[in-house]
Ligand binder design. Structure first.
Ligand code: ADP
Ligand code: GN1
Ligand code: MG
Length: 372
């Protein structure tokens, strides 16, 4: 941590921030990057900034990640011109003194800095249908805001990120190699994934064939990536900021609504070990879709509408598969904080899929009702 303090300060001082650096502390619950909040004295006023060391093992072209983020945030900010609290409704990159949007530290780290969005919170569990509706609306808005982003196409910051076919190839390799001798602890989960391989490829096949349109997609819309204003806002003018833009790139809209279904429609966090708490809630599903469709109904194609629920099942499956693969490979990808953490996460996601399947007809009726 002491070494980190030096590196954070070294990085932070390379951005155009006025005043005196006071301290920095780890911040947030992300699984991928290292996030810190710093405190500065700006002529007597205490101000915070948010610094992130980009995980460049995962994002092997951080420069392309930053180019995407710069374009996306500029585009959204232009759309929000004139609205109150504009800089609390989209991320704002702080420029580096070298004129770019990122800097390197002496240990090889890649850093970026955002304005710290004060007075917001994130949710790990939605506690009411109103919250679910709000979250759905926020992602519908976000998709709308980016629908007319000018060419060129965004960089694919992690190629094949939501490609179930390549995710399965990697899973099969991990299973065959079984380098940690862990397959024996996950027999049931492995069997589930093998039995669901074909169904899982449905979305990526539809995207590849053109049956689903390619759109700009966030690709990581789990609910704790959405910053929500602490002051309750009106549904006509919701104040939120969609964060964690590293994976904004081409995809299908269903990846985003799918990740919301995965995280919003159950009362349990994704690593909850008490599986009795993990269940799909049709009431939250309905509220989430009401919010989402209030923004997205106008642009979704009939195929996208038809596959809304499938999107939720699909993203839950891809997460379960990735957690299981990481477990088999020795926990290299996700931050873990206990033994078998990734296996717990996988079990949790499989439980959720089973619960979605049990409520499938009811949930499809809800979709039909909302689309009528
Ligand atoms: P990771 O990619 O590791 O998940 P995130 O970009 O999601 O990192 O950031 C981690 C957490 O930091 C978020 O869940 C959110 O709570 C918080 N956060 C991110 N950006 C900001 C910001 N500009 N202002 C305030 N909090 C932020
Ligand atoms: C990671 O960065 P974070 O924690 O918001 C992951 C997502 C997973 C999520 C599961 C780049 O998201 O794909 O859905 O964990 N991000 C990346 O919690 O792999
Ligand atoms: Mg995150």
């Amino acid at each position: 941590m002491e070494k980190d303090q030096k590196l954070i300060q070294e990085a932070a001082l390379q951005f155009v921030i006025y005043g005196d650096f006071e301290k920095a502390v780890p911040y947030g619950k992300g699984h991928i990057n290292d996030t810190f909040a710093s405190q500065w004295n700006q002529a007597g006023l205490t101000v915070r900034y948010l610094h992130q060391r980009i995980n460049h093992k995962i994002f092997v072209r951080p420069d392309q990640v930053m180019e995407n983020i710069q374009r996306v945030t500029n585009h959204i900010a232009a759309k929000l011109e004139g609205l109150h609290d504009r800089s609390r409704r989209t991320l704002t990159l702080v420029p580096a003194r070298n004129g770019g949007s990122w800097v390197r530290d002496s240990a090889g780290g890649w850093w970026r800095t955002y304005l710290f969005i004060e007075g917001t919170h994130t949710l790990d569990i939605a506690s009411s249908p109103e919250e679910a509706r709000f979250l759905g609306k926020s992602i519908g808005c976000f998709q709308n805001q980016l629908a007319d982003l000018p060419q060129p196409r965004l960089h694919e910051t992690i190629p094949n990120f939501h490609n179930m076919e390549t995710r399965y190839q990697r899973f099969h390799q991990a299973l065959k190699a079984d380098i940690c001798h862990r397959a024996k602890d996950a027999e049931e989960e492995i069997a589930f994934m093998l039995a669901n391989e074909e169904r899982g490829a449905l979305l990526i096949k539809a995207l590849k064939s053109g049956a689903l349109p390619e759109r700009i997609c966030h690709n990581d819309t789990k609910m704790n990536n959405i910053l929500i204003d602490d002051q309750p806002s009106k549904m006509e003018d919701p104040v939120f900021c969609v964060g964690d833009l590293d994976t904004v790139m081409p995809g299908t809209s269903l990846f985003d609504v799918g990740d919301l279904i995965r995280t919003v429609c159950t009362r349990a966090v994704e690593d909850e070990q008490d599986l009795a708490k993990v269940s799909f809630d049709p009431v939250f599903f309905q509220a989430l879709l009401e919010g989402y469709l209030s923004e997205a109904k106008k642009f979704l194609t009939s195929e996208e509408k038809r596959l809304l629920l499938e999107g939720g099942r699909n993203i839950t499956q891809i997460m379960g598969l990735r957690f299981l693969t990481d477990y088999l490979e020795g926990d290299h990808y996700y931050h873990i904080s206990r033994d078998r953490h990734n296996l717990d996460r996988c079990r949790n996601q499989i439980t959720l899929i089973r619960s979605i399947d049990a409520e499938w007809e009811k949930a499809e009726q809800i979709v039909s009702l909302l689309l009528a």
